[in-house]
Ligand binder design. Sequence first.
Ligand code: ZN
Length: 168
Amino acid sequence: MEDLRIHCFPDKVLKQKAGKITRIDNTVKELSEKMLEIMKGASGIGLASNQVGKLFRLAVIGNLPDILDEPLILINPEINDSEGWTTQDEGCLSFPGVSAAVRRRVKIYATFWNLKEEEMKIEAQGFLARAIQHELDHLDGILYPDHLSFLSRQLLLRKYGKKKAPSF
Ligand code: ZN
């Protein structure tokens, strides 16, 4: 597989909707391994395929030793139900250097396929629920600043712009 890298905002691929995976083949397996590697290398806890320039409904979550024994590989994930609301600080590997408080559901009930072609169900809350919601958003071309108020979004993007292009 070609070399993949993390695509950062405002790369257009981040705003695109990823397509459903119809066959869990070697391409999907290799891509998920590569994504886990990139995520770990960047000390992230989640990565969606859009972020490496691919448009498959595939996301990985890991680097959470207290919550997950093994990384989660989410193929065609869907959130079927959710409960409550919570606001917490959130960041993204595609927006290095900035973070903002984002409102998300506290608890989610999701389904996805794993690499063994089994349909899985997951009930998640707290940090893991937040991570899953964040990654699923990516697959629909939604980025966390999209959840902020107009003003907060402008402030965040301005701060990000300054970090990205340091003045000289
Ligand atoms: Zn992200």
